[in-house]
Design a protein around this ligand. Structure first.
Ligand code: CP
Ligand code: NVA
Length: 305
């Protein structure tokens, strides 16, 4: 059987609803899974810092009976000139899966092309699929039936936003990307997601008007205004994104049982206020916990014999 990657959400479009349900089932098992990945090693390559992705993947494969190996790319030969093609072919001789956090999606794609074992994205400049899986798990956990819900993403149309667009479209969730014109999500992803959404009876739309967009919202979602590797200055980011800040005023426009999500790390006083992230609508730490259960679902599905 050909190996499968999770580099973009659409790589596992058909399996996505089952991945969500599996993550919820594995969460209920509370770490008692019977070692289905015994003897499996996940090589984890990081070009950027991480708290959630690194720890949740490591703990996820450990609790499934396998083992994780942390690789700091700056300390690997790949960080000193060895090609990604050679790195891929070597790691395949040792490990059963590779998780990669990359600056450039082209490197991610090349790793996927040359590796004969599954490659799982731990984020690149285009997508963050494992985050989107944890996000959908969280929305499902909070609302039960997700179809027809309305997610409003506010701020920078970045990797997290791009993957969430795909994930919502697949699950029949309406999503508005509410971002300033120069920082809209990737145009091709918006278009593809809108087409997938049409098949699933929901809509993917764009807006530059937070007050209008937040009407009837079930979920308000935001992320940092300056992603890792982005050279925008803080002063420019504040000018560009200030009106997209998730604060009490915007929250009061959304539905009364609206939940507030953030992939973390958060910058209180910038993309989200302290009172909102610490307030009763915030589910950010449940969302962070769900990274663990989502990673388990991905690892089980891709690495199990
Ligand atoms: N949300 C997320 O991916 O966090 P880390 O950068 O800590 O992995
Ligand atoms: N958009 C952020 C997400 C961090 C988890 C970044 O790429 O830095």
């Amino acid at each position: 059987m050909a190996k499968k990657d999770l580099i973009s959400v659409v790589d596992m479009k058909d399996e996505w609803p089952a991945l969500v349900d599996l993550a919820i089932k594995l969460k209920a098992e509370r770490g008692h899974h019977g070692d289905p990945l015994k003897g499996k090693t996940l090589a984890m390559m990081f070009e950027k810092p991480s708290t959630r992705t690194r720890t949740s993947f490591d703990i996820a494969i450990t609790e499934l009976g396998g083992h994780a190996l942390y690789l700091d790319v700056t300390k690997m030969q790949m960080g000193h000139g060895e090609t990604v093609e050679d790195t891929a072919r070597v790691l395949c001789r040792f490990a059963h899966g590779i998780m990669y956090r990359a600056f450039d999606y082209k490197m991610m794609d090349k790793l996927g092309e040359w590796a004969t074992i599954p490659v799982i994205s731990g984020l690149d400049n285009l997508e963050h699929p494992c985050q989107a899986l944890a996000d959908i798990v969280t929305i499902k956990e909070k609302f039960g039936d997700v179809k027809g819900k309305k997610v409003v993403y506010l701020g920078d149309g970045n990797n997290v936003c791009n993957s969430l667009l795909y994930a919502c479209a697949i699950m029949g969730i309406n999503m508005v990307a509410c971002c300033p014109a120069p920082r809209m999500p990737n145009a091709e992803i918006m278009l593809n997601a809108a087409n997938i959404a049409r098949e699933n009876g929901c809509e993917i739309t764009a807006s530059h008007e937070p007050v209008e967009a937040c009407k009837g919202a079930d979920v308000l979602y935001t992320d940092t205004w300056i992603s890792m590797g982005d050279t925008t200055s803080e002063a420019d980011a504040i000018k560009l994104f200030q009106k997209y800040q998730v604060n009490d005023d915007l929250l009061s426009i959304a539905n009364p049982d609206c939940i507030v999500m953030h992939c973390l790390p958060a910058h209180r006083g910038q993309e989200i206020t302290n009172s909102v992230i610490e307030g009763k609508h915030s589910v950010v730490f449940d969302q962070a916990e769900n990274r663990l259960h989502a990673q388990k679902a991905v690892l089980y599905t891709l690495l199990k014999d």
